[in-house]
Design a protein around this ligand. Structure first.
Ligand SMILES: [Zn+2]
Length: 122
């Protein structure tokens, strides 16, 4: 018998479990991946995610509006999603975390370029 998973409908935390891409931290967005626009809120002690204007069309009036946003114009293009080959290459270059309480987690978030936590069986 052969089986295929056609699609899943799930929330964001379940997406992280299924895909292996952690939806926490600086690089939480699986669509923007390494180009996730994050900002650390010092007093809230959490990340927030900005830069949504880069998904607008190049001539959208909100891209030039400084005063309603972060006092900057938005000139960046939307990030390009990862292709299947990109995902395979990234999977080959990281070591899957071991599960359980036997090992302390490494805190190397400052120089991370991906947010993969495990290699999905899908
Ligand atoms: Zn994103």
């Amino acid at each position: 018998m052969h089986a295929a998973l056609m699609w899943t409908i799930n929330d964001f935390p379940a997406y992280a479990m299924l895909s292996g891409w952690s939806t926490k931290g600086k690089l939480a967005c699986p669509y923007c991946h390494m180009h996730t626009d994050h900002l650390w809120l010092k007093y809230g002690r959490k990340y927030c995610y900005m830069g949504h204007r880069r998904f607008l069309s190049r001539d959208h009036k909100w891209r030039r509006n400084k005063s309603c946003f972060n006092n900057e114009t938005e000139n960046r293009d939307a990030p390009v999603p990862l292709s299947g080959n990109d995902v395979v290459q990234q999977h080959a270059s990281f070591e899957q975390e071991t599960f359980g309480k036997t090992r302390k987690r490494k805190r190397d978030d400052d120089n991370k370029w991906h947010n993969w936590r495990n290699k999905s069986i899908f």
